[in-house]
Design a protein around this ligand. Structure first.
Ligand code: ADP
Length: 403
């Protein structure tokens, strides 16, 4: 039993995510590689885009004790309202995320505790993340529930996602020996559709996320057809009155070329969605250098391909969709509305391709192929060579980066 009166407990657990893989297993190696894909976002402040915003007031329940060096404008004791579990669900650049329980209702949530003493966690960045989260009310974006601040931490309470990261699902899928390199098209399209709906909502609110990647996409539940939620507005930014953003922020594999060139707008999010779509359909990233510098170089060159051996069973529509998002010139790249209208997305948008079996469990085995798009099951099952190629590529890329 945890001593729930001890706030130091938050600091004591340094565990990252629990991984129960043997060090020699292929999945372990993939995880190591992807740990690099799971790279820290970069933030290189330059020019006017780095202006810190003024401290903001939040809807906390406790009275203000001391507002000196306060980020939210209020000090309050999260432990009075919530019990926080010791197990760390996830660790990001600035924060640790744990499950917490509302002492009155028994409802479970997630709490992201950001250390105020970490020099890289700037007060303006934390208050901006809270402010942007407060604005977001969309089924595919994590919902803010509460904010607390004590002497050492800002605690952001949100809904709890039980299904893990899309990142882990990609590893799982690439490790499955089912003849499919990663996701089947209908599965990929369903995830991308939800991401696009969330991006559309953010862009409508003049918010550019700037760090859309599989680690920031969580599954609500462990069900096969679980909805997704986009998390982490830590690098997000309002762009309404700014013609161009200039700060280099993002994560190497997913960053758009114009971000690296320091002149970009919200269309950088669409590039990142294109990278994710590419990964979901192939099992490996399109821009994949030996290290961050080389990955950035490939991104700036806009050099990527659809190797025939890996992509030959994918529909023309899926390839066209990815190509139109990984379009170098942001002016020619699809907008989020165009992406939502793309035939590949439209085909799957209104389909519930995941059938429920008689016991109510989700199953993708009964999926009815969409004419002209889905690969016949027999072909998928024969695709183990393709699968091995994809896995080989992932490993190669990861070892390259780890070297
Ligand atoms: P940071 O801003 O420090 O990168 P994130 O917000 O990305 O932190 O959270 C880090 C990790 O914690 C995520 O990648 C995820 O695994 C886990 N996590 C974050 N929010 C939730 C949530 N609402 N439910 C479950 N796990 C979460």
């Amino acid at each position: 039993m945890v001593d729930i009166t001890n706030t130091d407990d938050i600091m004591c657990t340094t565990t990252t995510r629990v991984v129960s893989l043997s060090p020699d297993s292929p999945q372990h190696h993939q995880r190591e590689i992807m740990a690099d894909c799971h790279a820290m976002p970069i933030a290189m402040p330059i020019s006017t885009d780095t202006t810190s915003e003024a401290p903001m007031m939040t809807s906390t329940t406790m009275p203000v004790a001391n507002t000196s060096s306060s980020i939210t404008g209020k000090r309050s004791d999260i432990w009075k309202k919530y019990h926080i579990n010791t197990t760390v669900l996830g660790k990001g650049h600035f924060a640790s995320v744990r499950a917490c329980i509302d002492r009155t209702t028994g409802q479970r949530y997630a709490v992201k505790s950001i250390s105020k003493t970490d020099s890289s966690a700037k007060p303006g960045t934390i208050s901006r993340e809270i402010k942007l989260l407060q604005e977001m009310k969309h089924e595919s974006i994590i919902q803010l529930v509460d904010v607390f601040e004590d002497a050492e931490y800002v605690h952001i309470v949100t809904n709890l996602c039980h299904g893990g990261e899309l990142f882990d699902k990609i590893l799982e899928k690439t490790a499955d020996d089912n003849g499919v390199p990663c996701f089947e098209e209908h599965e990929a399209a369903k995830i991308i559709l939800q991401i696009l709906n969330a991006v559309s909502y953010m862009h409508d609110h003049s918010i550019v996320h700037r760090d859309i990647k599989p680690e920031n996409i969580l599954f609500d539940s462990k069900d096969a057809d679980s909805p997704i939620k986009i998390i982490d507005m830590g690098l997000a930014r309002k762009h309404k009155d700014i013609e161009h953003l200039t700060t280099i922020v993002g994560t190497p594999y997913y960053i758009a070329p114009e971000v690296l060139k320091k002149k970009y707008d919200k269309s950088c999010d669409l590039w990142s969605v294109g990278v994710i779509a590419y990964i979901l359909l192939s099992g490996y990233p399109p821009f994949n250098g030996k290290n961050t510098d080389q990955t950035h170089k490939f991104v700036v060159q806009g050099r990527y391909s659809f190797p025939n051996r890996d992509w030959k069973y994918n529909s023309d529509e899926s390839i066209d969709f990815v190509r139109r998002l990984l379009t170098y010139d942001p002016e020619k790249r699809m907008t989020v509305e165009e992406a939502l209208d793309h035939p590949w997305i439209v085909r799957y948008a209104n389909q519930d391709t995941v059938m429920k079996d008689t016991e109510g469990k989700s199953s993708t085995d009964n999926v009815v192929p969409v004419k002209g798009l889905s690969k016949p099951r027999s072909l998928l099952l024969c695709g183990s060579r393709r699968k091995k190629n994809a896995q080989k590529k992932i490993r190669k890329s990861m070892f390259g980066i780890a070297a």
